[in-house]
Design a protein around this ligand. Sequence first.
Ligand SMILES: NC(=O)c1ccc[n+]([C@@H]2O[C@H](COP(=O)([O-])OP(=O)(O)OC[C@H]3O[C@@H](n4cnc5c(N)ncnc54)[C@H](O)[C@@H]3O)[C@@H](O)[C@H]2O)c1
Length: 356
Amino acid sequence: MPEVAIEEARRFMEESLQSVGTPAQQAKDHAALLLHADMTGHFSHGLNRLELYINDIRSGATDAKAQPVVLKQKGATAWVDGCDGLGATVGNFCMDLAIKKAKEVGVGWVAAKRCNHFGMAGWWAEKAKSEGLIGMAFTNTSPILVPTRAKQSALGTNPLAMSAPAKNGDFLSVDMASTAVAVGKIEVQIHKGEPIPDGWALGPDGKPTNDAQVAFKTGRLLPLGGFEQTSGYKGYGLSAMVEAFCSGLSGSNSTHNIRSWALKSDEGSPNLGQCFVAIDPECFAPCFGERMADCLQHWRNMEPVDPSLPVLAPGDKERINEEKTKKKGTITYAPNQILHCNELAKKLNIKPIQVL
Ligand SMILES: NC(=O)c1ccc[n+]([C@@H]2O[C@H](COP(=O)([O-])OP(=O)(O)OC[C@H]3O[C@@H](n4cnc5c(N)ncnc54)[C@H](O)[C@@H]3O)[C@@H](O)[C@H]2O)c1
């Protein structure tokens, strides 16, 4: 499998973005977001998505030079216009503002309209965690989630993320789509030529499918929990909650009005809604970090059913992957990913990605 040095992957992402007019700082911020996905093992949200962002910049759906503006603010809250800027530009602006407010008044709650795809929701929640705060981040997406009992999609994979600091640098990080799986997991099954498990998706006839290609083309994912019998309505409920925080508060498109996100799409701004929250735990009972550390350690020390599969705390998988990647100094990409990058490099007239 091809190995690429971390800094080379970063260089490739930054140069690709800059080649279509993204200013250096915005390209650097967006590359950091994508690189984090690859380093934590969420390959669907890293280099794999680069061309989609490039396409959005080229088609004018994303204004890579745009800077968000505050439309209204009061105490802990702010309403922001993302101005169709890059995901990382708007994410940094909004979470920095939420952090500032949390440090001043205990809580910061920022909702933004006219946003673009912001990658892993957890990246944004962890930004607040790194400042000693609890962070939360939410976004709506293109419609792909079939509400319980419906035949067609209306909500999105609408992810929710929450991260909290614990003593001695430990942390909790919950970061998940509100569908049974993120679309990227279906793409992975297609690449492997394998079927998808029960409870992931419906086919065009509204009946469950195990065919990854059919599921991907049809775009009707079941909510987290699957069918009604297995409490899929709870995932539907979580997706609806994200919708309220994102389009409800910001005035962006509701998910059922958002265009699809695909290569060659030229349907203009998706006008996504996003929401960023920071909370200062110091405003509540003393010793939050100690209690979080105690919970995390208690869960990890539980006896596993299978001794080769230790109990994890939410966020451990990503943390462990990131530590391993940093130690190795390289990222292992699928051969197809490198081929795509070489084609992209030709189109953008930049240096191809160097494989070790
Ligand atoms: N921007 C968007 O439009 C968008 C949409 C959907 C998903 N996403 C992102 O895609 C990424 C993947 O989402 P997903 O739903 O496939 O995540 P996932 O199913 O891989 O993980 C979900 C959560 O479960 C935790 N987890 C995994 N295995 C665990 C275990 N054995 N024990 C305890 N906790 C465990 C993970 O640490 C994570 O917090 C996320 O970063 C999400 O934000 C983004």
